[in-house]
Ligand binder design. Structure first.
Ligand code: NAP
Ligand code: HSE
Length: 443
């Protein structure tokens, strides 16, 4: 039998706790203190941070009005019956997952910014929250300040969302934008770290794992089925060079790390790829650490949400909003049950169609272009645009292909790689060139 949740909806003073007091945790505390009167006017409650779990209480912190709130003992939070809500802003899978289960069992609702935990162990976490009859809210886990989870779960409840396209990692978008301005990869990464956008280990950002976890969460909520990190095919920006950025500019496009989740019949495809985005497309205008999510579906056609996707105070705004929402919707609350209710198949690899940009480096000799075109044609892949630039007595071909299933494109590139004139492994990046509202099932 689950314990009775500790929230009293009549109380003005509501003690809350934080797991973590780093970039996001300190910003949550600051927002709660600086906006206490506004929150009380709007909700009748004053959320007061009474404990914050850290590893090292002696570490210097940017904002800490009351050092006595810091503790290294999780039990002080779990076992304090006065603590009504806990915000988990420490990150990691363990001990975080165990702590969250113990908080649920103690009747405490939890707000989390932890995309990796939800993308890898969301089923366990939502199951434990449900068993205890408390809420688990997670707006801050995807795109920081952008209220996309709330929009998907509440505003679009009767919309059959069929595709989600997004720029969901602020660090890589910041880096790619800086590279467009001439910065090199290492300099752009160092600046993103200095500004607090990157994860503690930036491999997750540049390798695509951070965006993949967010796309798994977005796809789960949009399609109503459980999609985990392991179901997402992802690639980061580590192989993107100035040559790709320059070629994109020539083709009137920009390079962006794009996540896509697509429903094809009763199968889904979720992926993250560095992509070339047409300058006319709304995602091309998303610069710096901003994120954007485009939702496409029956009835709505298309909705785009754009805003700050990383940063302490930006993420904290979503954490605080979820904490306040819990006060008004206690129990499992308004539309806060686990959002995944059906089972869908994963679309077989290679079947998702897309236009592609292809980069091929070859010897510049008569007949090479014809042989490349033959390889594309053999797999029914059609060329849309082509630019050739000279490179050390050879040629770099920048080819934009019409929409084709990825498998056919990769097979044609494998054949092209076998040509004696091909100098290095050809590279293919998806192109985001139109709004993609055709062929997704609505009239
Ligand atoms: P951070 O600055 O590294 O802060 C982590 C905090 O958690 C620190 O206070 C740390 O203690 C504490 N902590 C970590 N492991 C702990 C453990 N085992 N026991 C006790 N305390 C522990 O991280 P952050 O940038 O605030 O990110 C926190 C979470 O928010 C992550 O899940 C991240 O993915 C998510 N998020 C971050 C952003 C962003 O822009 N930063 C945006 C969206 C979501 P010490 O201070 O003693 O080291
Ligand atoms: N490191 C992430 C990003 C922020 O750059 O988008 C946390 O989600």
């Amino acid at each position: 039998m689950a314990p009775v949740p500790t929230i009293s909806t009549d109380a003005v003073d509501v003690p809350v706790a934080l797991l973590g007091y780093g970039t996001v945790g300190a910003a949550v505390h600051r927002l709660l203190v600086e906006n206490a009167e506004d929150i009380e006017r709007a909700t009748g409650h004053r959320l007061r941070v009474v404990k914050a779990l850290v590893r090292d209480p002696q570490r210097a912190r940017k904002w800490l009005p009351d050092p006595t709130i810091l503790t290294t003992d999780f039990a002080e939070i779990r076992d304090d019956p006065s603590i009504a809500i806990v915000a988990e802003v420490m990150g990691g899978i363990e001990p975080t997952g165990t702590y969250m289960r113990e908080l649920f069992a103690a009747g405490k609702p939890v707000v989390t910014a932890n995309k990796q935990l939800l993308a890898q162990r969301g089923g366990d976490m939502f199951g434990a929250a449900k068993a205890a009859g408390v809420q688990l809210r997670f707006e801050a886990s995807v795109c920081a300040a952008i209220p996309v989870i709330k929009v998907l779960r509440e505003s679009l409840i009767v919309t059959n969302v069929r595709r989600v396209l997004g720029i969901v990692n602020g660090t890589t978008n910041f880096m790619l934008t800086n590279m467009e301005g001439g910065a090199d990869y290492a300099g752009a990464l160092a600046e993103a770290q200095r500004l607090g956008y990157a994860e503690a280990d930036p491999t997750e950002d540049v390798g695509g794992g951070d965006a993949a976890a967010k796309m798994a969460i977005l796809a789960s909520v949009a399609f109503g089925c459980r999609i985990t990190l392991a179901d997402v095919d992802f690639q980061g920006i580590t192989e993107v060079t100035q040559a790709h950025v320059a070629a994109a500019r020539e083709l009137q496009m920009v390079v962006r790390l794009v996540g896509s989740a697509t429903l094809v019949g009763s199968s889904y495809d979720v992926r993250v790829r560095p992509s070339l985005v047409d300058r006319q497309h709304p995602l091309a205008a998303v610069d710096g650490a901003f994120n954007a999510v485009m939702l496409q579906g029956d009835a709505i056609r298309e909705i785009m949400l754009e805003g700050p996707g990383a940063g302490g105070i930006e993420t904290a705004s979503a954490v605080v909003a979820d904490m306040v929402a819990i006060m008004g919707t206690h129990g499992t609350g308004f539309l806060q049950n686990d959002s995944t209710w059906r089972t869908l198949q994963k679309l077989p690899a290679g079947e998702l169609p897309s236009p592609f940009y292809v980069h091929i480096e070859v010897d510049d000799r008569p007949g090479v272009l014809a042989r490349i075109a033959e390889r594309f044609a053999a797999h029914e892949v059609s060329v849309s645009r082509l630019i050739q630039t000279p490179i050390d007595s050879g040629a770099a071909m920048h080819v934009v292909l019409h929409e084709a299933p990825e498998g056919r494109v990769l097979r044609s590139l494998a054949d092209i790689a076998e040509l004696p004139e091909t100098r290095s492994r050809p590279m293919a990046l998806p192109v985001v060139s139109d709004r993609g509202v055709s062929g997704l099932g609505w009239s």
